[in-house]
Design a binder for this molecule. Structure first.
Ligand SMILES: Nc1ncnc2c1ncn2[C@@H]1O[C@H](COP(=O)(O)OP(=O)(O)O)[C@@H](O)[C@H]1O
Ligand SMILES: [Mg+2]
Length: 330
């Protein structure tokens, strides 16, 4: 069998803080095949964005990534900035929650799309501008030629996100990482942007890592899901299998807070689910289950020993001592 396109092994992200080193991603393992779609879901602060930034080589200055990220059999965590630059926007592309922060307000949209095309694909300025117009058309922006002349502030939030998607697609990446791509948008626009991402992924065959705090978005969009808590993957598997039989109490809590979740149910977007307690302090995670302090099923060993990864199906796993207690649906 072919190697996966991306293999993440024991990924760790350590942040130096005034109070000492904090581990925000604590040994993440996953792989992604060509054309596959993976969702990463979890509450705010669980390490989703830092995971994405580590893959892209874009961690903040006080962050450091350990473990390995094999992309086409090369460990890109060992790449230098020049090699990473080559990969970004070319083989790996990312879109962020707030498109305005990634677009340069001083440059025309056309330049911002054309520049990576000139840089990575060595197109002439004219060819790049041509291709930029095609890309805007592909992401559903009317009047693309005229739009190339616009500045970011002349576009709506949804259009700016479309432009970001056009930039991400410019060089036909193997993997698109979308970090909460619709969270900053109005509800009606959210659906349109997700539809666009789904369509582009289907048409191009690129792989997708979709990050969201919203289980509904994940359920509707991806093949496989990874539920993250305090920097760990606490439950993973094919999306339908996982949602039909969630086994980790945290994942069940997220799900239970969204009783109307069903495939095809798009709107209105449910609010951020609530589970009693707060996400733990990264400096104080200890060596037991990080969810135990919030878990209704916790027993003494949950507070004393790190939980095992339990196979609950051929490709479905949960990292928990109490999977025996969660066989029924919540
Ligand atoms: N540069 C940083 N310095 C210190 N802590 C950070 C930094 N960036 C993120 N964090 C912390 O790391 C944790 C994970 O952050 P993040 O990956 O952004 O979470 P998510 O995207 O899941 O909401 C959070 O507790 C956040 O406060
Ligand atoms: Mg985030």
């Amino acid at each position: 069998m072919d190697q996966p396109l991306l293999t993440v092994r024991d990924l760790r992200v350590t942040l130096s803080t005034a109070r000492g080193p904090a581990e925000a991603v604590r040994g993440l393992d996953f792989s992604l095949d060509r054309g596959e779609t993976l969702g990463i879901v979890g509450e705010s602060g669980c390490g989703k964005s830092l995971t994405a930034l580590a893959l892209m080589g874009l961690l903040p200055d006080n962050g450091h990534a350990g473990g390995s990220v094999l992309f086409r059999n090369e460990d890109i965590l060992r790449f230098d900035e020049r090699q990473m630059c080559d990969l970004r926007g070319n083989r790996l592309a990312m879109i962020f929650q707030e498109p305005m922060t990634s677009l340069n307000p001083l440059h025309r949209i056309g330049n911002q799309i054309a520049e990576p095309l000139q840089q990575h694909l060595k197109l002439s300025r004219r060819q790049a501008w041509e291709r930029a117009a095609e890309l805007l058309d592909r992401v559903g922006i009317p009047n693309p030629r005229a739009r190339l002349e616009s500045y970011p502030h002349q576009l709506s939030g949804g259009q700016r996100q479309r432009v970001m998607i056009a930039i991400a697609l410019a060089c036909d990446p193997d993997i698109l990482i979308a970090d909460e791509p619709t969270t900053a948008l109005d509800v009606t626009i959210q659906g349109q942007i997700l539809d666009l991402i789904r369509k582009l992924v289907d048409d191009s065959g690129m792989a997708l890592i979709l990050i969201s705090h919203d289980l509904g978005v994940i359920a509707e969009t991806v093949d496989r899901v990874l539920v993250m808590y305090a920097g760990r993957a606490v439950e993973t598997g094919p999306v339908h299998e996982v949602f039909a039989g969630l086994r980790h109490p945290y994942a069940r809590g997220l799900f239970a807070a969204m009783p109307r979740l069903a495939p095809g149910l798009a709107y209105p977007r449910p609010r951020l689910p609530t589970i009693p307690g707060i996400v733990p302090d990264l400096l104080d995670l200890g060596t037991a289950c990080a969810f135990a302090p919030r878990c209704v099923l916790a027993e003494p060993r949950c507070r004393g020993e790190f939980p095992p990864l339990v196979a609950v199906g051929p490709r479905h796993g949960a990292e928990c001592w109490r999977t025996d207690m969660t066989e029924e649906r919540p």
